[in-house]
Design a protein around this ligand. Structure first.
Ligand code: SF4
Length: 397
């Protein structure tokens, strides 16, 4: 087994401890422990896609590896060069998403071992669950598939709740119980309460909050229900409230939509510096606002998915408009992931909304995982134009 990822996680956790970011160190340390368990201690794990509720998996004595998070680590640390081209040579579908391509490479390069099972949803995208399905067929592994309805209604909540309960029952047959539902519910609600507090704080003090920090930690969504997630979020909140506000003056505020090139986190800081603006909000650090209850655990989880800001284009647009108003945003940038059919299709509608508000909108296209598909020069030229528009626009909100 290749230990590069383990070493990187260890080193980065230590680095964050040394600079006093203990919440980030704790987050990374958890992932380090997980990776150590499944590699050195050969503990079984389930490979899961993003919207499989972390609370369900937290009930069982099995590790949960969320595909996108591990692909994200590998991309951020450029563990494997040219992941898309490399995945192509092992017959990964050309129209697939690079998140799964990179996860697939982590498996084939033996950086992480083979999972005991895959758990996938057909929300947010087809790519992820189709990849999981084909892997389970190839390796004769169990596949837990959760079918998410396409529309929101009370009946659809019940249907999805049944699907989630079936997943829970199937997992019960395969793995021992580690935590009671009531403990998981308590931890999840506690974490959600802190997360809500953080988002309220961001609205009140956008100048004190670094958007990239929120983009780094939004995968904590997958850790809802784990006992130490509330503490990690508390540490993050404490750090925010204790940070002295930089004097940003009266500079334009910008919303960042979609994901971020993971190998180039510095992009946001660069945009703020070069464009004399402040990126005040992203849309990923939103865990919904559904408190769980032991009596309605599965319907509550179902409701959280079906009321996600991303569930329909209308709800996403409404949330974006609200954020523009809340922050007095004077510009919007959307980073569109190559081959993704989930967030980029809303771009024409967001563009139209920005036109109606008389604020500039920019779509940057690229690949969040593979730097070979992000044309930095073209992006720099697009950004120059955006900055010009930003500084002469008059918002009507
Ligand atoms: S980036 Fe898009 S296609 Fe890729 S895993 Fe996420 S939702 Fe699916």
């Amino acid at each position: 087994m290749d230990h590069t990822l383990l070493a990187k996680l260890d080193l980065t956790a230590r680095y964050h401890t040394s600079i006093g970011q203990h919440y980030m160190a704790a987050y990374l340390q958890n992932q380090y422990n997980l990776l150590k368990n499944i590699t050195e201690k050969q503990k079984q794990y389930i490979a899961a896609t993003y919207y499989i509720p972390g609370e369900l998996l937290a009930c069982f004595d099995v590790e949960a590896v969320f595909l996108e998070r591990f692909a994200g680590f590998a991309a951020a640390w450029r563990l494997l060069d040219h992941p898309v081209a490399r995945a192509d040579t092992i017959e990964f579908p050309a129209d697939g998403c690079s998140y799964q391509a990179l996860f697939h490479l982590l498996l084939t390069e033996k950086i992480i071992p083979k999972p005991a099972a895959f758990a996938a949803m057909n929300f947010a995208c087809r790519n992820a669950w189709q990849y999981c399905k084909s892997e389970t067929q190839r390796h004769y592994l169990p596949f837990f598939h959760v079918d998410v309805p396409r529309v929101f209604s009370q009946r659809q909540i019940c249907i999805l709740a049944d699907e989630l309960q079936t997943l829970y029952n199937r997992l019960c047959k395969m793995f021992p119980i580690k935590a009671e539902i009531q403990d998981v519910v308590h931890a999840s609600n506690e974490a959600l309460a802190v997360q809500q507090e953080m988002n309220a704080y961001r609205r009140a003090h956008p100048e004190k909050c670094s958007t990239i920090d929120f983009l780094k930690l939004f995968p904590l969504y997958n850790d809802l229900g784990k006992p130490d997630t509330p503490d990690i979020l508390q540490g993050f909140l404490k750090r925010l409230t204790e940070t002295a506000a930089p004097g940003t003056g009266n500079i334009p505020r910008v919303l960042w939509l979609g994901i971020v090139p993971l190998y180039k986190n510095s992009l946001l800081t660069k945009i703020e510096k070069q464009g004399h603006c402040k990126i005040v909000w992203e849309e990923m650090f939103d865990f919904g606002n559904i408190k769980l209850s032991c009596d309605s655990f599965f319907p509550d989880l179902a409701k959280r998915i079906l009321t996600s800001r991303f569930f329909t284009q209308e709800s996403r647009l409404a949330d974006i408009l609200q954020s523009v108003k809340d922050f007095g945003a004077q510009g919007i940038i959307h980073f569109s992931q190559r081959n993704c059919r989930f967030l980029p299709p809303a771009v024409p509608l967001i563009r139209q909304m920005a036109q109606e508000l008389h604020i500039p909108f920019l779509e940057l296209r690229g690949d969040a995982v593979d730097p070979g598909y992000f044309d930095e020069q073209a992006a720099a030229m697009q950004l120059e134009q955006f900055y010009e528009q930003l500084h002469r626009s008059t918002p009507c909100i």
